[in-house]
Design a protein around this ligand. Structure first.
Ligand code: SAM
Length: 270
């Protein structure tokens, strides 16, 4: 074969990473092992991997779980994965968008799904918010986020990163920060560090979730304002309501615990 043909073949085999799809592929095998060991796959698991890419995590999961569904949006990567694992009937490559895919289709009665992902950065919080709505069918998830997002979702009361996303995450999940990952673990290397987080669904308690979302959005509208000032737009007697909920009206939204938000929600929607 002439040289030029071989070169073309090599380039085609390598498929350049697509920034628009948040493609930063894991190339550090020790980090891949650490993520998979934290996930702790078992033979009875039904697992969904979001964004398998070239299969760094996939290849360490397949054969160790009962069923592995991989959900890849990139139409040039999905066929490669399908070909690579064509001899496996315990792996299904689904070519679809994690932002719209119905995870419920993969759950069977009495069997919850486990999710693992090195998430595409550009849509990682949108995917997390989709998981809120699927929490009843989830067993647990081990997810890699950009470190700044992991800090937001694990921010304790009083930390300035604590916001709407933190409270909504706490409402649905117990969250555990596992470890940080340097840019050098990926190709192409991102500019920022990443963090691996475990989230485990909590039993659903809240019925008026939409009203709670509105309360949080208003409460966090302007972070430098007090909670009373932010909520003035929603309620006439905001000071009275906050006192009834045993919350000092001069506090800022980021200092409230989830329990305090839930108490306030009960008072305002009584
Ligand atoms: N898991 C691989 C790894 O660790 O090397 C790839 C991770 S890469 C950060 C994110 C992957 O998610 C890419 O394969 C990308 O094509 C895929 N992806 C991007 N947007 C997606 C979407 N909306 N739905 C499903 N997969 C998506």
């Amino acid at each position: 074969m002439p040289n030029i043909g071989r070169k073309k073949q090599r380039i085609a085999g390598r498929i350049p990473a697509k920034r628009s799809l948040g493609q930063n592929f894991l190339v550090d095998d020790s980090i891949v092992d650490r993520i998979v060991n934290s996930f702790c796959p078992t033979a009875s698991d039904i697992v969904v991997e979001i964004g398998p890419g070239h299969g760094a995590l996939t290849e360490k999961l397949v054969g160790r779980v009962e069923k592995l569904y991989t959900l890849e949006f990139d139409s040039s990567l999905a066929p490669l994965l399908r070909r690579r694992f064509s001899d496996r009937d315990d792996l299904v490559v689904i070519e679809d968008d994690a932002l719209t895919f119905d995870f419920g289709l993969l759950a069977t009665p009495g069997r919850r799904l486990r999710v693992i992902a090195n998430l595409p950065y550009n849509i990682s919080t949108a995917i997390l918010q989709r998981l809120f709505d699927s929490s009843e069918i989830l067993e647990d998830c081990v997810l890699m986020f950009q470190r700044e997002v992991a800090e937001r979702i694990t921010a304790a009361p009083g930390i300035k990163d604590r916001g709407y996303l933190t409270i909504m995450t706490e409402l649905h999940f117990d969250v555990e920060h596992l470890f940080d990952v340097p840019p050098s673990a990926f190709r192409p290397a991102p500019k920022i560090w990443s963090s691996v987080v475990r989230i485990v669904p909590k039993p659903a308690e809240l019925k008026n979730k939409e009203a709670f979302r509105k309360l949080l959005s208003a409460g966090f509208a302007q972070k430098r304002k007090t909670i009373a000032n932010n909520l003035k737009a929603l309620f006439a007697d905001v000071t009275g309501l906050l006192i009834q909920a045993r919350i000092d009206p001069t506090r800022r939204a980021e200092t409230l615990t989830l329990e305090e938000w839930l108490r306030l929600n009960d008072v305002v929607h009584k």
